[in-house]
Design a binder for this molecule. Structure first.
Ligand code: 5CU
Length: 386
């Protein structure tokens, strides 16, 4: 199939009906709670997923679980294809055997959800929906159970990767006991979408009620920044150079902090001796969603990716090589974060989506080819859809 200009959303979530039923059955967070709306007096479902959830959670409805709602949203915004992932907190709160069974069931459910979606009118070999599966990443799970689930996902034709949080099996993602999992994921060609849930310690936000703003704007991206930095420091990308890791929210603060990180490593010979390359090199091995809401931020991430090769072990010490921003566009991918960040008033298009599309369009130094890459062509290639 020739590369035509498609809009592909790689950051879009769902709570599958089986998972929603579990959330409804629970009496502690994460849960869905039915209350009476103070405004209308009608029953209202509210979603409580974050620790210290502010303001009694948020309203939740079919846009979180119904496939028709996902397709309607895609049609409204001109999105051709979506790679759908389960939303946080995934299976993190379950005991190992329950997590393992539910992971397997939810992977089958997501396969069915995607397989039953329509094909694209002008590209009949393409479905509108593909997905990221789930691994039962919980403390106490035996690694062979994780490998079994990787095998399950790799056999489901519409699942092209997995989504994971930052806790691994209890000790974070730099836990060496996860090496067989990185190996299996690399060999299966599954893309790992790394997504936050926990943020940072809530005391950092102080006593004032700022709603969801601080945990979402700062806590989420800092969590991704820390987890990815720990992965880099653990040498995972040296041991598994074909691992494809996609970072939520444009990698959080990592692009901005990567030279500082490299300098700190340089001044610590023990840590430096563990890595083959300068830390900045590894940012060029990663993929970043373009959920950053501003052209300057997206352009900056693209610059950081573009310069990464100047920091490979072979070019180390040769100083800064001026990088071409256009190169970085090859590793950035459009996303919406649907169904989160809905409009507060009844507009047809969601501001959060329009802003991200406008930001891609306004990146200085990117031509049509780079914009089309980020809007969809990169995703089609990364997920093997062409
Ligand atoms: O608004 C939120 O809480 C979230 C969330 O929990 N997960 C996510 O992916 N985006 C926003």
């Amino acid at each position: 199939m020739a590369l035509t200009s498609k809009l592909v959303d790689i950051h879009t979530h769902i709570y599958l009906p089986r998972y929603t039923a579990l959330l409804r059955s629970r009496s502690s967070v994460p849960r869905i709670l039915t209350t009476t709306s103070p405004l209308t007096g009608a029953p209202e479902d509210r979603l409580l997923i974050l620790d210290h959830e502010p303001s009694g959670g948020r309203p939740v409805g079919p846009q979180y679980w119904a496939r028709d709602e996902k397709l309607r949203f895609m049609n409204t915004h001109g999105i051709d294809v979506s790679l759908v992932s389960s939303a946080n907190p995934w299976l993190d709160f379950l005991p190992p055997s329950e997590a393992q069974t539910l992971a397997s069931q939810l992977n089958d459910d997501l396969e069915e959800y995607c397989a039953g979606s329509p094909t694209l009118a002008d590209s009949p070999t393409l479905k509108r929906l593909y997905g990221f599966g789930l691994l039962p990443l919980v403390p106490g799970i035996p690694v062979p159970a994780l490998l079994e689930t990787v095998q399950q996902i790799s056999k489901l034709p519409h699942l092209k990767g997995i989504i994971m949080g930052t806790r691994g099996i209890g000790s974070g993602l730099d836990d060496e006991s996860l090496d067989p999992v990185w190996d299996a994921l690399s060999q299966a060609g599954l893309v790992v979408f790394l997504h936050p849930h926990y943020g940072v310690e809530a005391t950092a936000w102080g006593p004032k009620d700022n709603g969801h703003v601080l945990p979402l704007a700062l806590g989420f991206p800092f969590e991704t920044t820390i987890a990815t930095t720990r992965l880099i420091l653990s040498g995972v990308f040296d041991r598994f150079p074909t691992l494809r890791l996609l970072l939520a929210h444009s990698g959080g603060a990592l692009p901005q902090l990567s030279s500082r990180l490299a300098s700190c490593i340089d001044h610590d010979p023990i840590v430096a001796s563990r890595l083959k390359h300068d830390a900045r090199f590894y940012l060029g091995q990663l993929y970043f969603d373009a959920v950053a809401y501003g052209p300057e931020e997206i352009g900056f991430v693209s610059d950081v990716i573009a310069r990464a090769n100047s920091f490979s072990a072979s070019t180390k010490g040769s100083g800064f090589i001026s990088a071409d921003r256009r190169l970085g566009s090859k590793r950035m991918l459009f996303g919406t974060d649907h169904p989160f960040f809905p409009p507060l008033n009844s507009t047809e298009k969601w501001r959060s989506v329009v802003e991200n599309l406008q930001a891609i369009d306004a990146v200085s130094g990117w031509g049509q080819e780079e914009k089309d890459s980020v809007r969809g062509n990169n995703a089609l290639a990364l997920f093997g859809l062409i």
